[in-house]
Ligand binder design. Structure first.
Ligand code: COA
Length: 318
């Protein structure tokens, strides 16, 4: 099957900045504890008029504008989220309407928690191949602050809100590989029927940590093997930004160059499905990720789920 290439990205972070210092006034914690255990220093929370869909629309609009494509060239819209404002209309359908994407193409949400963006891109690839399209808009967006128990210090310090979006092109001969997996386990639970925090995020942190440090290198090695690339030949690795210690553990285990592993959890916390596209967007905006480079994206999280994808950043046609 043809592979995906990254054409353009977009991002949106909500307006309320919450520092570790702010949280230490709400629960019994400290900046020192949070930074040393997670690498997180601050996160953004939605204001009252923001939610996962409003962030998704902002990020998607930016990605499509930067792609140089018109909305009617987008052949499918897939949104990864577990914290949309309502189950229906899906966030993807809200994006379709806001951006004026064609009505005769699919728009759907995917829930694979923190693996969601890579799952979403893989679903989009299948839709393009099946329906004969060329360009996909894939979004990861979360308003996890709406699902948090702000009295539980073991979880409320970890998560943040945000959205990232990417326009992909399906291309013959593209450098591309993907691997997805799942194993039903409730080590992370989030959200009840009305997504208002009545069933807030609960997590067995130690179990998730052990799972993550196994899944991350496994996914990365799988996509490297499939593309016949070595880690030295790969330009970038963008892991789900849950915890800097998980990424450091993976770097040590692989004997890798840590500079290849982008990190931004210090500024955003764990934004679940949004974390990988938010990181990609920052890397493009700051000139770190440049056209022609290869990047592996690796997600792991609730479900439990895991997902890896290796592809090339092509950039938009000038
Ligand atoms: N501030 C201060 N102390 C805290 C705290 C906080 N925010 N949260 C927990 N603690 C305390 C605990 O109560 C415990 O105290 P005790 O020893 O008196 O019982 C102590 O710190 C150690 O708790 P523990 O849960 O063993 O810490 P940890 O070293 O496992 O770190 C996590 C906790 C959550 C940071 C870590 O398990 C982790 O990162 N797990 C992976 C989570 C993750 O990435 N999830 C998302 C995946 S998508």
């Amino acid at each position: 099957m043809e592979g995906l290439q990254l054409i353009a990205t977009g991002g949106a972070l909500p307006g309320r900045l919450v520092t570790n210092e702010d949280l230490s006034r709400v629960v019994d914690t400290s900046d020192e504890w949070i930074v040393s255990r997670t690498g997180i220093r601050q996160r953004h929370f939605c204001t009252v008029d923001q939610n996962a869909a409003t962030l998704a629309i902002d990020a998607a609009r930016q990605a499509v504008a930067r792609s140089g494509l018109s909305p009617d060239q987008i052949d499918c819209c897939v949104c990864a989220t577990l914290s949309g404002p309502c189950a229906s209309p899906s966030v993807a359908c809200q994006v379709q309407r806001a951006l004026g994407l064609p009505e005769d193409r699919p728009a759907l949400d995917v829930n694979a928690a923190c693996s969601g963006f890579v799952y979403g891109a893989t679903v989009a690839r299948g839709l393009l191949a099946t329906l004969g399209g060329r360009y996909a808009l894939v979004i990861g967006c979360e308003a996890l602050s709406r699902l948090m128990n702000m009295e539980d210090r073991s979880t409320c310090v970890l998560f943040g809100d945000g959205a990232g979006a990417a326009v992909f092109e399906l291309a013959q001969g593209a450098v591309f590989a993907a691997t997805l997996g799942a194993c039903g386990d409730d080590a992370i639970r989030a959200g009840g029927p009305n997504l208002t925090g009545s069933s807030p995020i609960e997590m067995d942190g130690k179990a998730v940590f052990r799972f993550a440090v196994g899944a991350l290198p496994r996914c990365l090695n799988t996509v490297l093997d499939e593309t016949h690339l070595t880690l030295d030949e790969l330009d970038w690795v963008v892991c789900h930004q849950a915890n800097s210690r998980i990424i450091d553990h993976c770097v040590r285990h692989l004997g890798a160059n840590p500079a290849k592993f982008y990190k931004n959890m210090d500024r955003h916390g764990n934004t679940s499905a949004a974390s990988i596209p938010v990181a990609l967007n920052e890397m493009v905006e700051s000139g770190l990720l440049i056209p022609g480079q290869t990047v592996a994206c690796v997600g792991f999280g609730g479900g439990l789920t895991w997902a890896g994808m290796l592809l090339q950043y092509k950039g938009a046609e000038q």
